[in-house]
Design a protein around this ligand. Structure first.
Ligand code: NAG
Ligand code: NAG
Length: 532
C-alpha cells in the first residue's frame, strides 16, 4: 500500500518530464482562407501534444481569429486587406472568371484568364511583402521573437512572408504546402519533366498527346512569367534590403528543412520526389460522426435511392439565381433526395426532394451510408474527404486549381466534370444520372481508391506531427536536403560539362579532319609528281 503514493509520484513526475522534454515553441505564419482551414487542424494537434504555438495574422484577417485556445496571436497592422482576405474581391474575381469562359478556346479568353489571375496575385504579393517588411522593421517585435527561442517555423509559402521571417530569425523551416508562387510546390526541388507532369491550368493528365504537351509547356511558360515578373519582385526588394547578397525567396524556400506536401498519390499522378518531401494529403480526414437528428431523419427518408450532397464552398455558395434554377430543376428530376448548402434566394423550381441548408457537417454526411454522390467545386479539402469516405464526384470547377484537381479525379474514374457556364437542365440531369447509375464503375472505383488511401502505415496527420517534432528535436533536417538548390542552373543541368565534352569532341574531330585533308593532299601531290 505504501508504494501507491510513490507510484503516483513517479507517474506524475515522468509525465511532467516527458511533456517538459518534448514540448516546444512553434512560430507560424499561415495563409488566410481555405489554406487556414487545414493549417489550424495541424495546430490543434500540435497544441494537444503540449507545444506552444504563436501565429502571425494581419489586422484584416478573414478566417484567422485573434484569440483561440490553441494559439497566441501577433496581429500586424495592415492598411488594406489582401485580395484573398476580401470577400468582395473574391466574389468579383469569380464573376469575372466565369464571364470570361464565353471566350474559352480563343486567344482573347486565354489572355483575359491570365490577366485576371495575375492581377489577383500581384495585388496580394505586394500587400504580403509589406506585411513581412513591417514585421522585420519592428525591432522590438523581432527582439522579442528572437528571445523567445522558437524551435521551428511553420508556414504555408504560397505567399512567402513566412519564408523570409524564418530566415531573418534563423529558425528551422517546415512548409505546409501545395502551391508556391510559381505553381506546384514540387517544381523548385524535385525533377519535374513537362512530358508527363501536368502543369497548373493545363487541365492535362499524365498522358499527354503532342498538342497537350505544347499546352503544358505554354502553361509552364506563363507560370515562369508569373514568378519572375509578378510574384518575385516585391520579395526580392525585401531580400535586397534586409538580407545578405545573393539571397532570393526561391533559394530560401529551396533551403527549407522539410516540405509537408498536401497531396497524395490516390489524388495526384505519380512523379519524382525528394527525401525531405513528406506527403500528408487528406490529413484532415476523419471518420464520420453521427448526424444531428433532423439531418439523420432526412438521410433515412431517402430510402434505397440515397442522398446527393451539394456544396460549392464557403465563398462561392451563391452563384446567382439562373444557375440555382438549373440545379434545382435537375435535382427535381431525380428519385434521390438532395441536401444542398445554399445561400441566396430559394429557387422557384426547387423540388420536394431537396433540402436547403446554410451550413452542414460535410465530412459526416459524406461518411453516411445513404450518401451516393458529392456535387462539389473541386477544392482539395472536399475531394480528400470524398476519397476518404468513398463517394463519387460531380465536379463544377469555378476558380484556381479546382479544374485541375477534378481532372485528376476524372482520370481515376471517380468523377465527371461539368461547365457551370454552359450546362442546362438536361445535360446536368444526364451527368447526375450517369454518376448514380449502379451499372457504371464510378462508385466501385471510388471505393477502391478509398481503400488504398486508408491503407497507410502511419496516418497522414501523425506523419505531419512526427516530422514537425523531428525538426524540433534535431534543429532542422538538413541531412534530407539535396544539394541541387546550391547549384547554378547550368551546373544543375550539367550544361558546363556537356559544353566541355562538346568542345573536346569538336577539337578531336577538327584535328582528325585536318590531318586527313593534309594526308590526302600530300598523297595526290606525290602521285602527281610521280606521273610527271
Ligand atoms: C512593434 O511590436 C510591438 C510588440 O509586439 C508592438 O507593441 C508595437 O505596436 C509594434 N510597433 C509597430 C510600429 O507596429
Ligand atoms: C538574435 O539574437 C542573437 C543573440 O542571441 C543575435 O546574434 C542575433 O543577431 C539576433 N537576431 C536578430 C534577427 O535580431
Amino acid at each position: 500500500m505504501a508504494s501507491f503514493p510513490a507510484l503516483m509520484f513517479f507517474l506524475l513526475f515522468t509525465t511532467f518530464l516527458n511533456s517538459g522534454c518534448e514540448s516546444g515553441k512553434v512560430l507560424v505564419y499561415p495563409v488566410d482562407g481555405s489554406h487556414w482551414t487545414n493549417m489550424i487542424k495541424i495546430l490543434e494537434v500540435l497544441h494537444s501534444k503540449g507545444h506552444q504555438i504563436t501565429i502571425f495574422r494581419s489586422s484584416n484577417s478573414w478566417y484567422i481569429s485573434e484569440s483561440s485556445p490553441y494559439y497566441t496571436s501577433i496581429t500586424i497592422p495592415q492598411e488594406k486587406p489582401q485580395n484573398v482576405e476580401s470577400q468582395t474581391y473574391m466574389t468579383t474575381f469569380l464573376r469575372k472568371t466565369l464571364e470570361d469562359r464565353q471566350y474559352q478556346g480563343t486567344l482573347w479568353g486565354l489572355f483575359e484568364f491570365y490577366r485576371n489571375f495575375f492581377n489577383l496575385i500581384q495585388g496580394n504579393q505586394q500587400v504580403v511583402a509589406n506585411l513581412a517588411a513591417s514585421i522585420i522593421e519592428n525591432k522590438t517585435l523581432v527582439k522579442e521573437l528572437n528571445q523567445t527561442k522558437y524551435d521551428v517555423f511553420l508556414t504555408d509559402p504560397v505567399f512567402p512572408a513566412g519564408v523570409l521571417l524564418a530566415h531573418h530569425l534563423k529558425l528551422p523551416l517546415v512548409l505546409n504546402v501545395r502551391w508556391i508562387l510559381g505553381g506546384d510546390a514540387h517544381y523548385p526541388i524535385a525533377p519535374s519533366p513537362l512530358s508527363y507532369i501536368p502543369v497548373l491550368f493545363s487541365h492535362n493528365t499524365d498522358k499527354m498527346s503532342f498538342f497537350q504537351r505544347v499546352k503544358n509547356v505554354f502553361c509552364k511558360g506563363m507560370l515562369v512569367y508569373l514568378y519572375y515578373y509578378i510574384s518575385n519582385p516585391p520579395y526580392q526588394a525585401l531580400c535586397d534590403r534586409y538580407f545578405e547578397h545573393n539571397v532570393n525567396v526561391m533559394s530560401l524556400m529551396q533551403g527549407a528543412d522539410l516540405w509537408l506536401m498536401r497531396t497524395d498519390f490516390t489524388f495526384d499522378f505519380p512523379r519524382p520526389t525528394m527525401p525531405n518531401i513528406i506527403y500528408i494529403g487528406g490529413f484532415q480526414c476523419k471518420p464520420a460522426n453521427p448526424l444531428p437528428a433532423d439531418l439523420e431523419d432526412f438521410m433515412q427518408s431517402s430510402g434505397e435511392h440515397g442522398v446527393i450532397l451539394m456544396t460549392l464552398g464557403t465563398l462561392l455558395s451563391d452563384l446567382g439565381p439562373k444557375v440555382s434554377e438549373i440545379f434545382a430543376a435537375a435535382f427535381a428530376n431525380l428519385p434521390q433526395k438532395v441536401l444542398w448548402r445554399h445561400i441566396g434566394e430559394i429557387p422557384a423550381t426547387l423540388g420536394s426532394n431537396t433540402m436547403l441548408v446554410k451550413w452542414l457537417p460535410q465530412n459526416d454526411i459524406l461518411g453516411h451510408p445513404k450518401t451516393r454522390l458529392f456535387v462539389t467545386h473541386g477544392g482539395t479539402n472536399g475531394l480528400y474527404e470524398a476519397i476518404f469516405q468513398g463517394v463519387p464526384i460531380l465536379g463544377i470547377p469555378l476558380i484556381f486549381d479546382q479544374h485541375d484537381n477534378l481532372v485528376r479525379m476524372e482520370a481515376h474514374g471517380v468523377a465527371e466534370i461539368i461547365d457551370i457556364t454552359t450546362m442546362d437542365v438536361q445535360s446536368l440531369t444526364n451527368s447526375l444520372k450517369d454518376l448514380l447509375d449502379p451499372t457504371k464503375p464510378y462508385k466501385l472505383n471510388m471505393i477502391k481508391l478509398s481503400r488504398i488511401y486508408r491503407d497507410q502505415p502511419i496516418k497522414p496527420m501523425d506523419k505531419a506531427v512526427f516530422w514537425i517534432e523531428f525538426v524540433m528535436r534535431h534543429k532542422g533536417a538538413g541531412h534530407l536536403r539535396t544539394e541541387s538548390y546550391q547549384l547554378p542552373w547550368y551546373a544543375y543541368q550539367c550544361l558546363d560539362v556537356m559544353a566541355v565534352f562538346g568542345a573536346v569532341g569538336l577539337f578531336i574531330f577538327t584535328f582528325i579532319w585536318i590531318s586527313c585533308r593534309c594526308m590526302f593532299r600530300c598523297l595526290t601531290r606525290m602521285k602527281k609528281s610521280k606521273v610527271e
